[in-house]
Design a protein around this ligand. Structure first.
Ligand code: NAP
Length: 332
């Protein structure tokens, strides 16, 4: 008898509403079968990313999601049956399996991952989060020792690694995160020099009192981006990684103010990037990240939630700030 395949469908696009459980639906059918050139994958860990919500807004660097489809999402998956020569049962890959137990994908674009203990590190520090932090900070931010580096969503999966790499490079590191508890974690456990709570009434004053930002790593856009722009030093660099404050809910009433004038007078460099731009330099980044993890300079923080059925709530919770570090679902 065919194995059961649980699937979480994006039942209804949220539009300008906050993402909620009723936008998803759990169904069950038979596991698919792999044909020639295809691979049957069993999903082990699903990556939860703020970007999952952004894909519901329309086409980005990938096509827009549609209602009724299996919710898209990257995952660590194990090969069950392979119709291609370079993959065998038991191999691990990272692929867009979507939120389901099993998926069939063309084998051509799937690459075997190295064995790793724990395997979850392939999705956190040695996956999208670590690589995005590495290239975004070092290539786009160009930090120098002694620079003041500020990162937003600092306790999230990308942000906590950005701050730790900046500290390794000898920078003064300031993390922006919601709430005192996250701030304490950043300074006491991860070695950030300072943390600012963007929900505090005096956030903007605290930001001004930093005495100028050389590198701002922007994960959130919106008001925090605007506040940091006004606090930049001459010749400052802004690495534009994402705009997660704009992903969930209605579009903002206005964009950041003062942008063109400030960029000119402060001679700022703003650089947007997408991780795929750096595919050719993946091994360089992995070697550096591995060195820092093994020497204890870079701590890996993972937030693992059990059960495919909990994936929608886990994404909604991530957008609300529940997570510390890389959030993922252990499928079963
Ligand atoms: P994440 O860091 O885990 O972020 C979630 C955190 O963001 C939450 O815990 C919450 O923490 C904070 N947050 C939520 N709403 C916020 C708001 N309105 N203002 C400020 N902070 C808010 O998520 P992630 O998946 O790693 O993504 C981080 C950013 O990187 C996203 O913008 C994503 O699109 C981007 N990204 C870009 C690339 C690329 O190639 N360019 C690749 C990967 C990710 P608090 O408690 O602090 O609010």
């Amino acid at each position: 008898m065919a194995e059961a395949n649980r699937q979480i469908l994006l039942d209804r696009l949220p539009g300008g509403d906050k993402l909620a459980p009723e936008h998803f639906r759990l169904t069950e059918g038979a596991a698919p079968e792999a044909g020639e050139g295809e691979v049957l994958l069993r999903t082990r860990y699903i990556s939860l990313d703020a970007a999952n919500r952004a894909w519901m807004q329309g086409a980005t660097y990938r096509s827009a999601l549609e209602s009724g489809q299996v919710m898209s999402g990257g995952a660590l998956a194990e090969v069950v049956r392979s119709g291609v020569g370079h993959l065998a049962p038991g191999d691990l890959v990272f692929a867009d399996t979507g939120w389901q137990d099993y998926a069939v994908l063309p084998g051509k674009r799937l690459a075997k991952l190295p064995p790793m203990q724990p395997m979850t590190h392939l999705m956190s520090v040695y996956g999208v989060a670590g690589l995005t932090a590495y290239f975004g900070l070092l290539d786009c931010g160009q930090p120098k020792a002694g620079d003041t580096v500020v990162v937003s969503a600092a306790a999230g999966s990308v942000g906590n690694i950005v701050g730790q790499i900046a500290r390794i490079k000898g920078c003064r590191v300031v993390g922006i995160a919601g709430g005192e508890a996250k701030g304490r974690w950043l300074t006491e456990d991860l070695g950030f020099d300072q943390a600012l709570d963007y929900k505090a009434a005096d956030f903007k004053r605290q930001l001004r009192e930093l005495g100028g930002i050389d590198v701002y790593f922007d994960n959130v856009g919106g008001d925090i981006f605007e506040a940091c722009l006004f606090a930049m030093n001459l010749h400052g660099r802004i690495a534009c990684c994402g705009a997660l404050s704009q992903y969930d809910g209605a579009p903002p009433p206005h964009g950041p103010r003062g942008v063109p004038g400030l960029i000119v007078t402060k001679r700022l460099t703003l650089r947007g990037f997408v991780l795929y731009d750096f595919d050719a330099r993946r091994e360089e980044a992995l070697a550096a990240l591995k060195g820092w993890v093994e020497s204890g300079q870079l701590k890996v923080q993972e937030d693992v939630i059990e059960g495919l059925e909990n994936t929608p709530a886990a994404l909604i919770g991530l957008l609300a700030g529940e997570n510390r570090g890389k959030r993922m679902i252990k499928v079963r």
